[in-house]
Design a protein around this ligand. Sequence first.
Ligand code: NAD
Ligand code: ZN
Length: 239
Amino acid sequence: MNQALQAVLENSGNIVFFGGAGVSTESGIPDFRSADGLYHQKYRYEPETIISHHFFMQNPGAFYDFYRDRMICPSARPNAAHRALARLEAGGRLKAVITQNIDGLHQMAGSRNVLELHGSIHRNHCMDCHRAYSLQDILKEQGVPRCSCGGVIKPDVVLYEEPLDADVLERAVFYIEQADVLIVGGTSLVVYPAAGLLRYYRGNKLVLINQSPTPADHQASLLIREPIGKAFEGMDEPE
Ligand code: NAD
Ligand code: ZN
């Protein structure tokens, strides 16, 4: 457990968390930009290309090969960071979890007010008739999943070239503006517009937990350079 982190959190009644792929690496889901992350693995196309809107439309088969293989991890379970955040929310001190992740692990840990900037693998819809499908529906099919109407099913995940949901963004800005303590964790802070959310924070208790340097390190009042699950260890269980 990180003592400095615990001290900051104990003294705040309005904590907001803003995280990225690094929050889930200790749950076994690779991030994009670490040395062993997705961007450094060999595929015929760059991951950035594969998970773009135009690639999905032109080549849904290759998209789903990568997506099933690399982006869906049905056996992943929440780690200490997810659990500690859920506990802080249940205790009334954490107001929102804002995430760039699409894995649903915050909700699995018990978090309720989760703002998913990039959508979720757990929601899917038919591109023709808009019928909704679960992750299980996608998993039980092979190749490109199809609706009963014949249409292609698309995950409700924000692909490159696609805009973020305006309502989710607006709510994220609202919580960050109100925050006393803002914890930013497991994000390289290079993917926009999500990374730009930081500028809405008006407080003076910015906690940054990331294994590698980020463009916002100099703004942090507490900089923690250790695995985020480790930093939250012990805060995820009843005393
Ligand atoms: P990123 O891959 O760009 O950066 C992750 C950052 O987390 C890196 O700076 C890395 O040093 C750090 N990190 C890795 N493991 C850590 C740990 N255990 N503790 C602390 N820090 C750790 O991720 P991002 O900034 O979230 O960027 C972007 C995109 O990746 C998003 O669009 C997101 O949708 C997508 N993505 C999501 C998932 C997921 O849902 N789990 C996984 C991979 C990518
Ligand atoms: Zn349909």
